[in-house]
Design a protein around this ligand. Structure first.
Ligand SMILES: *Cc1c(COP(=O)(O)O)cnc(C)c1O
Length: 392
């Protein structure tokens, strides 16, 4: 019987791509998953092979079948020419930025990006002679006014970190392109399943694979997707700096990828359910979740995104510190911790006022960020109800 034909994988819908992409069982004795390759040294069989670098792999740091499996799977889903892997989401952000700037450049960064992204800009990049201007996430087409002759990059995140503003990604990407600046986005919230940045004009799409790709709160990983000239620049810097993740983490990300679609769908459903319930609670001032019709970013989310994850925020009516403490300590199902995207629910207090510069954070009460996990949403609602009651 004839061997199975190789499929035109690009033609499949996302759920099918998640199952197929990056797998070549018959290169690995028929085993379904690409094994974990541990290795630094790659041997050349003959002197001639060495002299002509005639081998698929050359050096552990430069890639293995395991890293290729994840990179090629993600490229199929991102619809890009290549995806580079890094040991954390933050290293994906810093590597991507370092790939597209040089001393004397100016960059535009959304004011409500993940806070450590700002620290990269205000620290390392500043020290290397790169100036950052932060912009209001709602700037849209108005970004044009901020572009300078030496502006080389525009960095976005959608929605904004903690406060969930929805930027007009295509408008900002288009302005950047017209100007000749590279556009980058931190797409950790939606993942490439619910938002495909390259289809909206973005050059470099970044994901903290730590979150939903891993999906089990047990790895740190970053991914950088690009095509053409942007991909060449990222490949160069990524290789030159020697940024490579460990093989177990890559394997766990591949395992996570296969179930990411079903997990995300449940995170989205549970998240919307809990967010809608919170909206009707008397202790809650407002809920920030782009999938809610009442959210100011809803129209843009609906236009550009295919779904939402389980992360959103709410603002409580003003409370004293002791009551806030009582709220958190009453919760049984919500762990207090920062890195989200695993199967479990989380709650954390936040305050953006001390570090944002282009926008003013004065929400009228304490901010709480929730990650809604895969528990039964009725149990989560009962837990939150007890917490809200403890506010007094
Ligand atoms: C968590 C996170 C990161 C960083 O990922 P790490 O693996 O923890 O470094 C970057 N961006 C966003 C939006 C995140 O939520």
């Amino acid at each position: 019987m004839a061997k199975k034909k190789s499929d035109n994988r690009a033609a499949y819908r996302p759920a099918t791509a998640l199952v197929l992409a990056g797998r070549s069982p018959f290169e690995f004795e028929g085993f379904v998953n690409t094994p974990i390759y541990r290795g630094s040294t790659v041997l050349y069989e003959t002197y001639d092979d060495l002299a002509h670098h005639r081998s698929r792999y050359v050096y552990g740091r430069r890639g293995t079948p395991t890293t290729d499996a994840l990179g090629s799977a993600l490229a199929a889903i991102e619809k890009s020419e290549g995806v580079l892997l890094t040991p954390s989401g933050l290293s994906a952000i810093s590597t991507a930025l370092l790939s597209v700037v040089k001393a004397g450049d100016h960059i535009l960064v959304m004011d409500t990006v993940y806070r450590p992204t700002r620290i990269v800009c205000d620290g390392v990049l500043k020290r290397l002679g790169v100036e950052t201007t932060y912009f209001d996430p709602l700037i849209g087409d108005g970004i044009k006014k901020l572009l300078r002759e030496n502006t080389s990059a525009v960095f976005l995140e959608a929605p904004g970190s903690q406060s969930f503003e929805m930027p007009d990604v295509p408008a900002i990407a288009k302005a950047a392109k017209t100007h000749g600046a590279v556009s980058l986005i931190d797409n950790t919230w939606a993942t490439p399943l619910y938002f495909r940045p390259h289809e909206h004009g973005i050059d470099i799409s970044i994901q903290a694979g730590t979150k939903y790709l891993g999906g089990h709160s047990d790895i740190n990983l970053g991914t950088i997707s690009a095509s053409g000239a942007a991909l060449s620049r990222v490949q160069q810097t990524h290789g030159d700096l020697g940024i490579n993740p460990g093989p177990e983490d890559v394997f766990l990300a591949l395992r996570g990828l296969r179930t990411m679609g079903v997990r995300l769908e449940k995170h989205m459903q549970n998240g919307i359910r809990v967010a809608e319930w919170l909206q009707s609670q008397p202790q809650v001032l407002r809920v920030m979740h782009p999938a809610l019709e009442s959210d100011p970013g809803h129209a843009l989310w609906k236009r550009d995104f295919d779904g939402a994850c389980g992360l959103f925020s709410l603002i409580l009516k003003p409370q004293c510190e002791a009551n806030i403490g009582a709220f958190f300590d009453t919760l049984n199902l919500f762990g207090m911790g920062y890195s989200w995207g695993g199967f479990e629910s989380l709650a954390i207090q936040f305050d953006c006022a001390p570090y944002r510069t282009a926008t003013k954070w004065a929400p009228g009460g304490p901010g709480i960020r929730l990650h809604i996990g895969l528990e039964d949403p009725d149990d989560l609602i009962e837990d939150l109800a007890a917490g809200l009651k403890a506010l007094g």
